[in-house]
Design a protein around this ligand. Structure first.
Ligand code: BGC
Length: 348
């Protein structure tokens, strides 16, 4: 079968290889991926900065954002059936009893990222207990489930932390970045009835800006220094530590700041005393959030349904590029105006 592979740690090693079709063990299923989303983590892996091949393999099959059809059941599987449309979660625990998305670094594997093959292939294998069934009516947008689940968890964290202290009722939110994560965060917060301001550097007539306005959000084309006002929730989705540091001042008293990016190492510590004082003096919280488990995958599907009824086909407009497996290389090149690129593995 064909699979999109890299040799982790080796830049420019992206290849379409012919590899053996895997077979499901006990408790596993064979999946026939339909679509796979491409994200910044894939980019880092392709650049040789991140990623790990499975034990005993020279290469890693990419693809952690997948929509797939169940092709075959391993022994003992009864939670899904052949032909079901499913989305798999990414992480699997390694000597860790916590909910898997809270397992510390070193205590998990990740499909398509760290030690387990992904789904950018004609077939893939995963554990049946980590699958969520997708209703047919969401099939056209369900490839967005994984990135949306990460956003759902981050926002859920903000509410739980905020409300652990008193009856906190956030009214407005600032979202930094209008890539897939920033736009999905805007959508979730709009569905929850908050006033949202999304800040990015694309011009006001760009698709990203229009998408924000289409769901009743405010779009601001500015750099972070120009943003004024205080917000109960801030969601950082640019991956710039400078943007993150400079926007803590935009957090309202008792507000919760959610970091969803992965930041380059280094950065200046200047101003860090002020930043800490800002946190202390008004009970502000900064929380980092990564990955998501079944609970947030389910919430994602619920919000997708709501989005469909309130915002029509808005979600499908986030998929700005579709590429077939044979042209896979095109899926891994970006422009600033691309939002989500999807690799189409199976077209019929
Ligand atoms: C994925 C997460 C994953 C993280 C770190 C992200 O792109 O969405 O599920 O845990 O990368 O590897």
């Amino acid at each position: 079968m064909k699979a999109v592979t890299v040799v982790p740690g080796v830049p420019e090693s992206l290849r379409l290889r012919d590899v053996n079709r895997p077979s499901p063990g006990r408790g596993q299923v064979l999946l026939r991926p339909v679509e796979v989303g491409v994200c910044g983590t894939d980019k880092e892996i392709i650049e040789g900065k991140y990623g790990k091949a499975p034990e005993g393999s020279q290469y890693l099959i990419l693809g952690h954002e997948a929509l797939a059809e169940v092709a075959e059941l391993g022994q003992g599987v009864d939670n899904v059936g052949v032909g079901d449309l499913v989305v798999p979660t990414v992480r699997r625990p390694l000597d860790c009893d916590l909910p898997v998305d809270f397992c510390p670094v070193g205590h998990y594997l990740e499909h398509g990222i760290w030690g387990l093959h992904g789904h950018a292939a004609e077939y893939s294998v995963t554990d049946a207990q980590y699958l969520v069934r997708v209703p047919k009516e969401l099939a056209d947008v369900a490839v967005l489930t994984e990135p949306l689940s990460v956003v759902e968890k981050g926002i859920d964290m903000a509410f739980r932390i905020g409300q652990a202290r008193f009856d906190w009722k956030p009214r407005n939110a600032l979202i930094l970045g209008a890539g897939p994560v920033g736009l999905l965060a805007t959508m979730v917060l709009r569905l929850m009835g908050l006033n949202t301001t999304t800040v990015a550097t694309r011009p006001p007539e760009s698709l990203k800006a229009r998408l924000v306005r289409d769901i009743g959000g405010k779009y601001v084309d500015a750099t972070i220094e120009q943003v004024t006002g205080e917000f109960d929730i801030v969601v950082e989705a640019t991956g710039s530590w400078k943007v993150a540091m400079d926007s803590v001042r935009n957090l309202a008293p008792n507000g919760v700041y959610v970091l969803l990016g992965v930041y380059p190492s280094g950065g200046s510590m200047q101003g860090v005393g002020d930043l800490m004082t800002q946190l202390v003096l008004n009970n502000r919280v900064i929380v980092g959030s990564v990955n998501a488990g079944l609970k947030h995958f389910e919430l994602t599907l619920e919000h997708m349904r709501q989005a469909r009824s309130q915002f029509g086909d808005w979600l499908s407009k986030l998929i700005t590029k579709r590429v077939t497996l044979d042209n896979y290389q095109e899926a891994y090149s970006w422009t600033h105006d691309d939002i989500k690129t999807v690799l189409e593995i199976r077209t019929s």
